[in-house]
Design a protein. Structure first.
Length: 297
C-alpha cells in the first residue's frame, strides 16, 4: 500500500502506487490498476490523483487505469526550483516518459481535468494515432477563449501577496476545495484529503508554479507549447470525445465549454448546471457511469 499523508485514509485511497524515476532521479508516483485497454487520467492544480479515486475503482475491473501525480503534487517528489523546471514542457515530457516506460500496445483513452487538459492534449496532439478516446472534465487545451478574462483569483496568486498566501497558508488548495463543488460542498474530511499533500511551504511549490506558468503573452514560457497544441487539436477531430461539465466553475466556465463545442462539434456533451469545478465530486453518481459507458463502447 502506498504511504499516505495525514488526513488520507486507505479507505479513501485504496491503491498500491508505483514510482517511476524521471528527470534527475525524481520519483513520479502513479497508479497502475487493473488490466485491459489503458485509460490515462491526468489531474490538474491544486488536486492530485485522489481526484480520480472513484473513477479508477469503477474502471479498473475492465481496464488498465493509469493515474500519475505530477511532480510536486500528490505523492510524487516535491523538489525545489533548483532540481525541477516547473513548466508545461516538463509536465508533458514527464507524461511521455511514463507512457514510454509502460510500453502500452493498445490505444489510450485519455481523461483530463483542469491543467491536466493542457498537459494531456499536448501529449495527444503529438501522438494522435495513439489516442482512442478523450474524456474532458472542466479543462482547457487552448488560450483563454474569446470573451473570457483572466480570473481575478488567479491574477492575485501571481502577485507577491498571492505567493505568500499560497505557500504560507495553502490558500489555493484550500480555496479550491472550498469553492470547487457547488451541488454538494465537500465535507471537512474530504477537503483535508485534497489538501493533505500540500502540508508545508516546500510542498506547496507546485500549486504556485502551475498558476505562474499559465501563459498570457508570447514571452511566457508555456506560450509556444500552448500555441502549438491548439493548432494541432484538429488532428484529434476524429477521436470520440465525451465532455462532462460543471458550468459553475470559477475558472473553466461556459466560455471554455463553448470553445470545446466549437472545436469538437461531434463531441458527446453533458452539462450539469448546478455543478462546479470538481465535477467528479459534485456529480459522481451521474458522471462516472457516463464515463464507464463511453470507455466501454
Amino acid at each position: 500500500m502506498t504511504y499516505l499523508p495525514e488526513n488520507v485514509t486507505p479507505e479513501q485511497y485504496p491503491f498500491s502506487g508505483k514510482y517511476l524515476p524521471v528527470r534527475g532521479g525524481l520519483r513520479l508516483h502513479y497508479l497502475d490498476e487493473g488490466a485491459g485497454k489503458p485509460v490515462l487520467m491526468l489531474h490538474g492544480n491544486p488536486s492530485w490523483s485522489f481526484y480520480y479515486r472513484n473513477l479508477a475503482r469503477a474502471l479498473r475491473g475492465d481496464n488498465r487505469v493509469i493515474v500519475p501525480d505530477h511532480i510536486g503534487c500528490g505523492l510524487s517528489d516535491k523538489p525545489g526550483d533548483d532540481n525541477y523546471d516547473y513548466t508545461l514542457k516538463s509536465r508533458v515530457e514527464d507524461v511521455e516518459t511514463l507512457l514510454d516506460s509502460l510500453a502500452l500496445q493498445e490505444k489510450i483513452t485519455l481523461v483530463v481535468h483542469d491543467w491536466g487538459g493542457m498537459i494531456g492534449l499536448a501529449v495527444a496532439a503529438r501522438r494522435p494515432g495513439r489516442i482512442e478516446k478523450i474524456v474532458v472534465l472542466n479543462t482547457g487545451a487552448f488560450f483563454l477563449p474569446g470573451g473570457k478574462s483572466f480570473p481575478a483569483a488567479l491574477r492575485l496568486v501571481r502577485t507577491f501577496l498571492g505567493a505568500l498566501l499560497v505557500r504560507g497558508g495553502n490558500a489555493f488548495a484550500r480555496g479550491a476545495a472550498w469553492v470547487g463543488c457547488k451541488r454538494k460542498r465537500m465535507s471537512p474530511a474530504l477537503r483535508a484529503a485534497y489538501t493533505a499533500p500540500y502540508d508545508s511551504w516546500a510542498n506547496r511549490i507546485a500549486t504556485l508554479r502551475f498558476v505562474q506558468d499559465i501563459p498570457l503573452a508570447p514571452g511566457d514560457k508555456a506560450y509556444a507549447l500552448v500555441d502549438e497544441t491548439q493548432q494541432k487539436l484538429h488532428l484529434l477531430s476524429g477521436v470520440p470525445m465525451l465532455i462532462c461539465w460543471g458550468p459553475k466553475d470559477f475558472v473553466f466556465d461556459r466560455h471554455f465549454l463553448a470553445e470545446w463545442r466549437r472545436r469538437f462539434p461531434a463531441a458527446e456533451v453533458h452539462e450539469f448546471p448546478d455543478c462546479g469545478h470538481y465535477i467528479l465530486e459534485d456529480a459522481a453518481d451521474e458522471v462516472i457511469p457516463l464515463i464507464k459507458n463511453f470507455v466501454g463502447k
